[in-house]
Design a protein around this ligand. Structure first.
Ligand SMILES: *Cc1c(COP(=O)(O)O)cnc(C)c1O
Length: 378
């Protein structure tokens, strides 16, 4: 692990079940048998911890991963794992030198960026591998499909560039209605026909939902993120294989304080909550500074000894309170409270918290901040 000392770490901990991740990757690869699989580990591997995840992927033999930007690629380069990095977000010309030095594979869609990379590559005496982004309907980055063949030819003519990929991204492959996704797929297929097969050129489009839901979307390579972590891209995934995905992340925290309080005691900032009866209140060192969203205050539970205990009072930056009255006489300092995970018959998953907040599981796990200790399950 990254931390040098087991006794100087934050007590709230993300535990990574790497074996689950391995199984999820096998399941995903089976959906796209012929395609290269480039795991997406942007945003600190969706909050799981980019370095431990990257190390695991390298150990499994993966050679290329996707990250958001050059800063994430730089952090990965320092790990010495030697993984190639596709940079998914568009860089600016000021990033060109760093991208070339780090050996990144940026996704580009402007002439300015192509020229800047070409100049930086020339200066370094290298060729920079690039992927061309095409907007088939996401309405975010990417050039119009109709402009792509000419841009491809222009990039091919630059001696410092090697076009190794042409890519697109689905806007709604996770939705039950596949009309938009199928239209995007059709546009991308037409583009592959227009440009054709070239040595060293790979077409790629599918995220997790595209892999699971759209046969024919795999092309030469796939870019799964959320499903590799064992979380469903949405509640509308129809592929039965998705039921076998297993979450790779557990989030727990120990109880650091216990106190009996009388009825009518106001708890935490603003005294939003008053105990209706005498209560045993536990303090746990997890708060919005760890990514536990403050809007979950009073609307979630944590699992202690297999029992769901209500979180009470406002979630603060570093600490939260649990009503553990049901465990009076059984609960002790140091006992584990589970924020995301399963104990006995009780489970709470990222999707439960997301539903309460009106968001998606992606945001729940990605929000878990750097200061939370990451450890590998043994
Ligand atoms: C984040 C991202 C992915 C992965 O998406 P998931 O839904 O997590 O599988 C793939 N491609 C691009 C361009 C992305 O930005």
């Amino acid at each position: 692990m990254e931390s040098v000392s087991g006794h100087a770490q934050r007590l709230t901990t993300v535990t990574l079940h790497l074996a689950h991740m391995t199984a999820n990757l096998r399941l995903l690869q089976a959906q796209a048998p012929g395609a290269a699989l480039w795991p997406v580990i942007k945003a600190n591997a969706y909050g799981h911890g980019a370095l431990p995840v990257a190390r695991h992927l390298a150990g499994l033999g993966y050679r290329k991963v996707c990250v958001a930007d050059v800063s994430e690629a730089a952090a990965l380069a320092e790990s010495g794992l030697g993984l190639a990095t596709v940079i998914l977000s568009p860089p600016l010309p000021e990033h060109a030198a760093a991208l070339v030095t780090l050996g990144c594979e940026p996704v580009i869609c402007t002439e300015d960026m192509a020229n800047a990379l070409n100049a930086a590559a020339d200066k370094a005496g290298r060729r920079v591998p690039v992927h061309i982004a095409v907007d088939t309907g996401m309405g975010r980055v990417g050039m119009r499909p109709a402009d792509t063949p000419a841009f491809f030819a222009a990039c091919e003519a630059l001696p410092g560039l090697a076009v190794v990929g042409i890519m697109s991204h689905f806007a709604s492959a996770d939705e039950a209605d596949k009309t938009v996704a199928e239209a995007q797929l059709g546009r991308f297929q037409a583009l592959t026909a227009a440009i054709g097969r070239r040595p060293g050129l790979q077409y790629h489009m599918a995220n997790s939902a595209g892999m699971l839901e759209l046969p024919g979307a795999a092309f030469d390579a796939v870019r799964p993120g959320i499903a590799m972590y064992g979380l469903p891209p949405s509640a509308d995934i129809a592929n039965p294989a998705a039921a076998a995905l297993r979450p790779a992340l557990e989030w727990t925290t120990p109880i650091v304080y216990l106190k009996e309080v009388p009825a009518g005691t106001g708890l935490s900032y603003g005294h939003d909550y008053h105990t209706p009866a005498p209560a045993l209140i536990a303090t746990v060192p997890v708060g919005y500074g760890d990514g536990l969203h403050r809007n979950l205050s009073g609307r979630m539970e944590m699992i202690v000894q297999g029992v769901r205990c209500p979180q009470v009072g406002r979630i603060t930056m570093d600490l939260s309170l649990l009503d553990v009255t049901a465990l009076r006489g059984l609960v002790h300092l140091g006992d584990e409270a589970v924020i995301i995970g399963q104990r006995g018959g009780a489970a709470q998953c990222a999707d439960d918290l997301a539903a309460t907040l009106g968001t998606i599981n992606y945001e729940i796990v990605t929000a878990i901040t750097q200061r939370v200790t990451r450890r590998i399950a043994t």
